[in-house]
Design a protein around this ligand. Structure first.
Ligand SMILES: [Zn+2]
Length: 304
């Protein structure tokens, strides 16, 4: 665990100094809910490196890697399970966008496979699909319901198996690692010579994120690092990965789920959303959410 006292950037290849970007006193990091459908909306303090411009949460300093891994191992996310129909619709749309980078002969690894929904979309479209997942509950769900090959282990342990992949996918996962810089170097080791990486995350430099600032709804406790197009390009390059393409990544959610989120994000308007969420007819309508802040990043390994 890095300490905040020395004011050093958590990015290993950077010797920059950090400065506070947003200060928060209300976060009790021992009580954070790490489910990806969490309703915890207390804000972490956020720092920025003056040199490499990486923006990150105070939790990088406050929680160690083992603590975070243990938290993810124990996740059981029933709300996510209730939304799988909508997740599947979104992942099919995502696949259509990235299908030009994917071919039938690829050996694919998804890091952070969660409940296996993206895996279920991918598995028949590639030679071989495998997932990596820490949560025992979601691993079992993905194995039983989607018949997927999921390794319930860390990237460190998976590296020991010496399997190489043509494509690695991470859907909304990179921001969860306490050390995403190390993860990119591990991905480089897991990839074949002409390997590709596709990841989705939010762009902290997007107009919407800039306008909302510290209230940006993805600035939540378990998001450790907030990337931008520029910082992702730099960190890719540091790890032998060239950022080739950035695509927009609109989401599709149920109307009911969207109302729940809006109540949390805009508590003062909650009476409107509560009223709307009571209308049975609307609850299961699929809604497109596109704030232009979510992006798909496609990287290719730089051949030596
Ligand atoms: Zn830095």
């Amino acid at each position: 665990m890095t300490t905040i006292e020395n004011n050093k950037c958590p990015n290993h290849v950077c010797d920059g100094q950090i400065k506070i970007k947003y200060f928060s006193r209300d976060l009790d990091y021992k009580k954070i809910n790490f489910n990806c459908t969490t309703d915890t909306y207390k804000k972490p303090s956020v720092y920025e490196c003056t040199k490499c411009k990486i923006i990150f949460s105070e939790l990088i300093f406050k929680m160690d890697k083992n603590q975070i891994e243990k938290t993810y191992q124990d996740i059981e996310d029933d709300k996510y399970i209730s939304q799988i129909k909508f997740k599947k619709y979104y992942f099919e749309k995502l696949f259509n966008k990235i299908s030009r980078f994917i071919s039938k002969d690829m050996n694919v690894l998804e890091i952070g496979a969660y409940y296996g929904v993206l895996g279920s979309v991918l598995k028949d479209k590639v030679k071989n699909y495998s997932g990596l997942e820490l949560s025992t509950h979601s691993t079992n769900y993905a194995k039983n319901n989607f018949k997927l090959n999921i390794y319930n282990e860390t990237i460190e342990n998976h590296l020991k198996k010496n399997i190489k992949y043509d494509l690695i996918i991470m859907a909304d996962v990179i921001e969860h690692f306490s050390d995403p810089f190390k993860v990119l170097s591990q991905i480089n080791k897991l990839l074949n010579q002409n390997g590709k990486l596709i990841l989705t995350t939010f762009n902290i430099d997007s107009l919407y994120a800039k306008i909302t600032g510290r209230n940006y709804h993805w600035m939540i406790p378990f998001h450790m690092v907030f990337f931008s197009n520029k910082t992702l390009e730099t960190f890719g390059k540091n790890n032998n990965l060239k950022l080739v393409k950035i695509l927009n990544d609109p989401r599709y959610v149920s109307f009911g789920y969207l109302m729940e989120k809006l109540i949390l994000i805009f508590p003062r308007l909650s009476f409107i959303f509560k009223f709307l969420s009571k209308i049975e007819l609307l609850k299961n309508i699929n809604v497109k959410v596109d704030l232009k802040d979510l992006k798909i990043y496609y990287f290719e390994k730089i051949s030596n």
